[in-house]
Design a protein around this ligand. Structure first.
Ligand SMILES: NC(=O)c1ccc[n+]([C@@H]2O[C@H](COP(=O)([O-])OP(=O)(O)OC[C@H]3O[C@@H](n4cnc5c(N)ncnc54)[C@H](O)[C@@H]3O)[C@@H](O)[C@H]2O)c1
Length: 352
C-alpha cells in the first residue's frame, strides 16, 4: 500500500468536503486529481485546495497508474458505472450516498469487488460523531441491555431552488427522494446501533415540492432483536432538526437536534440507577474520541486498508440501508408490511 494513499476525487460539489477531509490527514492521503465534467466548476476548486491536476474524463483517471483510490462524488445515477469501471481498473473505491439504486446493483458490485480484490467504501460520515460513537461504545461493551424503542425525526428544508439542480427530484437521476437522499444517514445510524431490521411498514408522499420523488415519509420498524421504532422524514420543515432517541433497559440515549450534526455531542444519556449505572459511567469515561465526519471516516478507512480489517462502512451496511428504502417504497405502494431480507425473488430487488 502506498503511503500516503493517492486519491482522485470525482465531482466538485460535495467533493469539496472530501478534499477538506483528506487535507486534515496529510500524512495518510495525497489528492492528486480532481475530476469533473465541468472544468468551470473544478478549476477554481482545484486552485483553492492546491490539487495539482484537473481531469475532465473519468476514464483517464481510471487509466492513471499514480492513483490508488477513486472517490466518487457524482450524482447518484453515475455511481454504478463509475464504481464498476474503477474496480476493473484495479482501484479501491470510496463513493457518496446513495451508493446505488437497487439491491441487485449492490450485490453485483459486491461480487465485482471480490473478483477484483479491491475495496468499496460507501460514505456514511455521520456515523463518526462523538455522541453516536459513545452510544456505539456502550453497545459494543454490552452495557445497554435490551433495546425497547427508537424514535427518529429528520425534519429538513428543501425548496424549489434546491431542485433547480437538474438531477435532483427525478427518479431516473436522483433514484429516490427524501428517504434515499436525505434520511439515509439517519437510517444508517439506527442500523449501526441496533443491527438488522425484521419488518418495515412505511408511507411515502410528495407534498412539499413539485418533484417526482417522495418528500414526506413515515416508517415503523421491527428490528431483528425485537425492538420497535419510528422514523419520520420531511423536507418541508421551516424549523430544521434531526433527532435520534434510543431506549434500552439500562440507558436512554438522546441526540442533540442540530439538523446536520446530531451525531456529534452533546447527547443526553440517562442511566439505570437501580442497575449498572456505575459500570456505564466508568465505560463512558474510557471512551476515546477519534476524528469526526469525513476525516473520521477516511482516517478509519486508511487504518482498515493498512491492517486488512473491516472497513468503517461496508458494502453490506449500504445494502442494509438501501433495503430499508426498498421495503418502505414497496410497503407504501402496496399498503402492507414488508418482511426482510429482500432477496433476488422479491419484486423490489432489481430497483427501488
Ligand atoms: N454525504 C452527504 O452528506 C452528502 C451531501 C451532499 C451530497 N451527497 C451526495 O453526493 C453526490 C453528489 O452530490 P452534489 O450535491 O455534490 O451534486 P452536485 O450536482 O452539486 O455536484 C456534482 C458534480 O459532479 C460533476 N459530474 C456530474 N457527472 C459527472 C461525471 N460523469 N463525471 C465527473 N463529474 C461529474 C458535476 O459537474 C458536478 O460538479 C450525490 O450522490 C449526493 O447524494 C452526499
Amino acid at each position: 500500500m502506498s503511503n500516503p494513499l493517492r486519491i482522485a476525487v470525482v465531482g466538485s460539489g460535495i467533493g469539496v468536503e472530501h478534499l477538506k477531509g483528506y487535507q486534515e490527514l496529510p500524512e495518510l492521503f495525497d489528492v492528486k486529481v480532481l475530476c469533473d465534467i465541468s472544468l468551470e466548476r473544478a478549476l477554481p476548486v482545484a486552485e483553492k485546495y492546491g490539487i495539482p491536476k484537473v481531469a475532465e474524463s473519468f476514464d483517464e483517471v481510471c487509466r492513471r497508474a499514480d492513483i490508488d483510490v477513486i472517490d466518487i462524488c457524482t450524482p447518484p445515477s453515475f455511481h454504478q458505472g463509475q464504481i464498476q469501471a474503477a474496480l476493473k481498473a484495479g482501484k479501491h473505491v470510496i463513493c457518496e450516498k446513495p451508493l446505488l439504486g437497487s439491491l441487485a446493483a449492490a450485490d453485483a458490485v459486491s461480487r465485482l469487488a471480490n473478483e477484483c480484490g479491491r475495496q468499496v467504501m460507501p460514505i456514511f460520515q455521520y456515523r463518526f460523531g462523538h455522541g453516536l460513537q459513545k452510544l456505539k461504545h456502550l453497545v459494543d461493551q454490552q452495557l445497554v441491555g435490551e433495546a425497547f424503542v427508537f424514535n427518529v425525526d429528520v425534519a429538513w428544508w428543501r425548496d424549489s431552488e434546491y431542485y433547480r439542480n437538474p438531477w435532483r427530484g427525478k427518479r431516473a437521476t436522483e433514484l429516490g427522494g427524501a428517504l434515499l437522499s436525505q434520511a439515509i444517514h439517519a437510517v444508517d445510524m439506527v442500523l449501526y446501533i441496533l443491527g438488522p431490521a425484521k419488518s418495515v411498514f412505511g408511507w411515502t408522499r410528495t407534498r412539499v415540492n413539485q418533484i417526482e420523488v417522495e418528500d414526506c415519509v413515515v416508517i415503523t420498524m421491527e428490528m431483528a432483536d425485537g425492538s420497535l421504532g419510528t422514523i419520520s422524514v420531511t423536507i418541508g420543515s421551516l424549523a430544521e432538526i434531526s433527532r435520534h432517541r434510543f431506549t434500552f433497559r439500562n440507558v436512554t440515549a438522546e441526540s442533540n437536534t442540530e439538523p446536520y450534526a446530531n451525531s456529534r455531542e452533546p447527547w443526553a444519556f440517562t442511566f439505570n440507577a437501580a442497575g449498572n449505572e456505575k459500570q456505564v459511567r466508568d465505560s463512558l469515561a474510557q471512551f476515546k474520541p477519534g476524528p469526526e465526519r469525513y476525516a473520521g471516516q477516511f482516517d478509519r478507512f486508511y487504518q482498515a486498508l493498512r491492517d486488512g480489517t473491516e472497513l468503517p462502512v461496508t458494502l453490506a451496511a449500504a445494502r442494509a440501508a438501501l433495503e430499508i428504502v426498498a421495503a418502505t417504497y414497496h410497503s407504501s405502494e402496496n399498503n402492507q408490511p414488508v418482511t426482510l431480507p429482500i432477496g433476488p425473488d422479491h419484486p423490489r430487488y432489481e430497483g427501488l
